[in-house]
Design a protein around this ligand. Structure first.
Ligand code: GDP
Ligand code: GDP
Length: 443
């Protein structure tokens, strides 16, 4: 997903953006819906046409129906403009959707003006053109100065194939990855927690050789550093901030931006703000790291504000354990980007996590561990469904993946899987990374 080119649909409300989005994405679930607790809005999905994959954004999803209902015309056009700006900032190709049944409107002109000023490629798409008459009418949109309109009917599926042909023809060629084997660390978190400050603090460490990476990606800035002799890529996603009413939409956007950076990294430094209570967004970003099965170190930043308070660390640790209880293996570091507190530690730890993710446990050792574990605590089984473990092997790394061959694999209880995971972690650590346990039938 990381290297997928990004296409954004913009246009004033009601032109059919979400209809077109659904038409192109089809039955695939939008990625956003996988995040626990996020909005149900369909915002981002992935599509493939002629063997070429791309990500698709519906910027209309940034405003909810109720928000549109409650808005004045001026607010709506402002929001539409801001959505177009966001799309310009993020996307590789913009689909500017207009409504052939409504004809040219002032709102269309406003968006067109913005788009004309940018260097990003734009496809002008006239929707609701299901009849021959409407298709002919659509030529009026040529006036917008964005080329010939492509006519479609998103609702009826007319012309969408031709549109997809055009889309994939205009997409930039995906750049090959810059460096294959060097660790990539993403700095993620919700806006204002101190991501930029932390990055600067890392770059400001002594013995740092920093070089910018040419051809930086769309939504994150890569910085090449050499950390204690080891080349490392830092992926920074410093938040975009816009004042005003679409702040909520921007917050959602920044989770997606984080998600894309996470996909490219080996381990993420999840920055949280010690001076503010945890929010759902902290959890969403953490959830995205977990979904991608990447490593993580939690940097509890702005700790300069609490450092000298008695018992602060213990109290905070407890709270963090609750908030991120779905990844109890994630280490916590108390940092201050301002004073430099533990900046070296957080980098060291992130690199340790990367190393942990590629560790391999010899099969013989693993099976000794399994035998002992089973002896200590035999797996509970239902009568007639005896669970018996034969052997285990580590099938992969990044994340470490273990396959257990057993009889009645279906009957291995969740709590027993947890027990085996804990046993492996107690012995081998695997600090900061998810590990995967797979149970295979073998009679
Ligand atoms: P959005 O606000 O831009 O996301 O617009 P929607 O996708 O919600 O569509 C607005 C309205 O236009 C809905 O009532 C759709 O059913 C309708 N609509 C969308 N596409 C077409 C189309 O191709 N033809 C016709 N006639 N109506 C459409
Ligand atoms: P980002 O949006 O996550 O990139 O956050 P910034 O790096 O822009 O920081 C947001 C605000 O928090 C700025 O005003 C910073 O000066 C402040 N800040 C960042 N790190 C620290 C820290 O370690 N301690 C304190 N006290 N303030 C910090």
């Amino acid at each position: 997903m990381s290297s997928l080119p990004l296409v954004a649909i913009v246009g004033r409300p009601n032109v059919g953006k979400s209809t077109l989005f659904n038409r192109i994405i089809g039955q695939r679930r939008a990625i956003v819906e996988d995040l626990p607790g996020t909005t149900r809005d369909r915002l981002y999905g992935e599509a493939e046409w002629g063997g070429i994959r791309f990500g698709l954004f519906d910027t209309g999803g940034l405003l909810s129906e109720e928000e549109i209902q409650a808005s004045t015309q001026r607010e709506i056009s402002k929001a539409t403009r801001e959505q177009a700006e966001l799309a310009l900032e993020q996307a590789d190709l913009i689909l500017f959707l207009v409504d052939a049944s409504a004809g040219l409107t002032a709102g269309d002109w406003e968006v067109a003006e913005l788009l004309r000023r940018s260097t990003k490629p734009v496809l002008l798409v006239a929707n609701k053109a299901e009849s021959r008459e409407r298709q002919l009418d659509a030529v009026q949109f040529y006036e917008l100065g964005l080329g010939d309109p492509i006519t479609v009917s998103a609702a009826h599926g007319v012309g969408v194939g031709d549109l997809l042909d055009e889309i994939v023809r205009r997409l930039p060629r995906v750049e090959p990855p810059l460096e294959v084997d060097q660790p990539k660390i993403a700095i993620v978190g919700r806006p204002n927690v101190g991501k930029s400050a932390l990055l600067n603090a890392i770059l400001g460490q002594p013995r740092q050789i920093v070089s910018p990476v040419p051809g930086t990606t769309r939504d994150a800035v890569d910085t090449q550093i050499v950390w204690k002799g080891q080349p490392v890529t830092l992926i920074d996603t410093a938040g975009i901030r816009r004042p005003g009413r679409i702040e909520r939409g921007v917050e959602r956007y920044s989770v997606m931006r984080a998600r894309r950076a996470i996909e490219r990294c080996d381990a993420a430094i999840l920055v949280v703000d010690a001076s503010e209570p945890y929010t759902a967004q902290d959890q969403h970003v953490a959830g995205a790291i977990l979904d991608a099965r990447k490593g993580v170190v939690v940097a509890v930043n702005k700790w300069d504000l609490f450092q000298h308070m008695e018992g602060a660390e213990e109290a905070y640790r407890e709270e963090a354990q609750e908030t991120f209880d779905f990844m109890p293996w994630a280490p916590l570091v108390f940092t201050s980007a301002l004073t430099g507190l533990n900046i070296e530690q957080v980098m060291d730890l992130a690199l340790l996590v990367v190393a942990e993710r590629s560790r391999r446990i010899p099969t013989a050792e693993l099976n000794r561990l399994l035998r002992d574990a089973v002896q200590r605590h035999p797996p509970p089984s239902k009568p007639g469904k005896w669970v018996k473990f034969y052997y285990a092997t580590q099938a992969g790394v990044n994340p470490p993946t273990f396959v257990f061959f057993c009889r009645n694999a279906d009957g291995v209880h969740f709590s027993y899987k947890r027990y085996l995971e804990n046993t492996i972690r107690r012995e081998y650590g695997f600090i900061g990374t998810p590990i995967e346990l797979i149970f295979r039938e073998r009679s």
